[in-house]
Write a protein that binds this ligand. Structure first.
Ligand code: HAM
Length: 431
């Protein structure tokens, strides 16, 4: 019979145990940071109602859906992101939820994207969201949490030689600028989606798509020129002092100063983000060296998503932090930990006659909380010890026929120590 294709589905990954150890380590850091910031973990199903992702602004994510009609004629999709599920869950509970909420999750997400460095068709995404807080203190707290994670992971976030940069903008800067050009809020989300694509499709295609939205050539040029603006002073020079986006960015900078991360922020109006639901602050985290062109993570304020789902307006802000880019960056910098299997003892019965006593010894050791495997292969000592050492076991407990008859077992300490001792079996199995 011909062998099946052993490759995972294009753009998806297998996690062999050694990969899984790294993933568990990464998720552990994410959970630890979320705990330090007082966030509660939640989840939803990977299968969602398709309509949650259908947005009229033309978001790219809608075109990338893994969607189908199920056997009950429901239009469903594998979630490409968690935010709409979060909004649905908040809406479902309504006033029963004590706001503000601080929730986090590590969902697996699916997007039918062109698979390339930093982008797969499936990824895990650490999300932290604050629900019911309109102040940019929320953004500052979320950015500080991201920096805390990066520091725990071993990246340098100190002043002067940081490995990362947080590029920040606020969509209201542009929204109010557009209003000045006669482009109202009804067209704003769609304009954002178009201008976010400018690196991909080029200025001519952007101008053409903007023209379709009724934005004339002069306005297009003015918008694209404004996007070149970096730094708070330059923004302040280009927009009126009462521009709400400028005011929010100024406040955010002051709060980030207080939490010691302001040196990592770079105000950069070129950051738009491709999701149409963002209404205020938007930010993306990048590798400062420029070696990794993809954003490490992205977030923003989305105060009207619940309204768009038919609910009352509730301010929300959060970020999504994928596992793919950060794992690549940590790996390239030699920062991924070398993680062993965590085996404490290998119990080695020399023949099947000693299997019952081996099981008793293993049971007793496990009750003490030790990680134990029993080597039931009855293969040669050399092979058993080689494997035990490779697995990082601390002790090999040899159960030979003669020793068992004499009521003892032989313990060989592995690793640095390499000594042997004979111990009464009664001591091993707890009398
Ligand atoms: P996003 O920018 O689409 O935002 O994704 C957030 C992060 O997820 C990206 O910066 C990247 O780390 C990772 N990511 C996205 N797509 C892929 C992919 N195809 N392969 C690998 N990694 C990927 C959102 O999804 C928002 N829902 C985030 C959010 C939460 N905003 C507010 N709360």
């Amino acid at each position: 019979m011909a062998m099946i294709d052993t490759q995972p589905v294009k753009g998806t990954r297998d996690f062999y145990p050694e990969d899984m150890r790294v993933r568990t380590w990464l998720f552990g850091l994410w959970r630890e940071v979320a705990r330090r910031y007082g966030f509660e973990e939640f989840d939803a199903c990977v299968l969602e109602q398709e309509e949650l992702y259908i947005r009229k602004a033309g978001d790219e994510i809608t075109a990338q859906l893994y969607n189908f009609v199920d056997k009950g004629e429901r239009r469903v999709a594998l979630r490409p992101e968690l935010t709409p599920s979060l909004a649905r869950m908040v809406l479902a509970k309504g006033a029963a939820l004590p706001l503000p909420l601080r929730w986090f999750s590590i969902p697996q997400c699916f997007r039918y994207e062109q698979s390339q460095k930093g982008r797969k068709r499936e990824h895990y995404q650490w999300n932290m969201d604050i629900i019911g807080l309109g102040s940019v203190a929320g953004e500052a707290e979320l950015m500080a949490a991201q920096v805390e994670f990066l520091t725990l992971a071993g990246l340098n976030c100190a002043h002067g030689h940081s490995d990362v940069v947080i590029k920040v903008s606020n969509r209201q800067v542009i929204q109010h600028f557009l209003e000045g050009l006669g482009i109202g809020p009804d067209r704003f989300a769609a304009v954002c989606v178009v201008i976010d694509k400018r690196d991909k499709i080029g200025p001519a295609a952007v101008a053409a798509e903007l023209a379709r939205l009724g934005v004339d050539e002069g306005a297009s040029r003015a918008i694209l020129a404004l996007l070149e603006t970096t730094g708070l002073a330059e923004v302040a020079a280009k927009v009126p002092a009462d521009n709400p986006g400028l005011i929010a960015l100024t406040e955010l900078m002051a709060l980030c100063q207080a939490s010691g991360i302001a040196h990592l922020l770079s105000i950069d109006l070129s950051v738009i983000r491709g999701l149409s639901y963002y209404t205020g602050t938007v930010w993306e985290l990048f590798d400062a060296s420029g070696a990794m062109p993809r954003a490490i993570s992205g977030g923003g304020r989305y105060d009207r998503l619940l309204e768009s789902f038919g609910g009352a307006s509730v301010p929300m802000v959060g970020f999504g932090f994928g596992d793919v880019v950060i794992t690549d960056i940590l790996s390239e910098r030699g920062l991924l930990p070398v993680l062993g299997r965590g085996i404490d003892d290998v119990v080695y019965p020399l023949s099947a006659v000693e299997f019952p006593v081996a099981a008793r010894v293993a049971t007793a050791l496990r009750r003490q909380g030790r990680a134990v495997t029993v080597d039931y292969t009855c293969r040669r000592f050399r092979h058993v010890i080689e494997r035990a050492e490779k697995d990082g076991a601390k002790r090999l407990i040899v159960l030979g026929g003669n020793e068992v008859r004499d009521g003892v077992c032989q313990i060989r300490h592995l690793g640095g120590e390499k000594r042997e001792e004979r111990i009464p079996l009664a001591d091993m199995v707890g009398g």
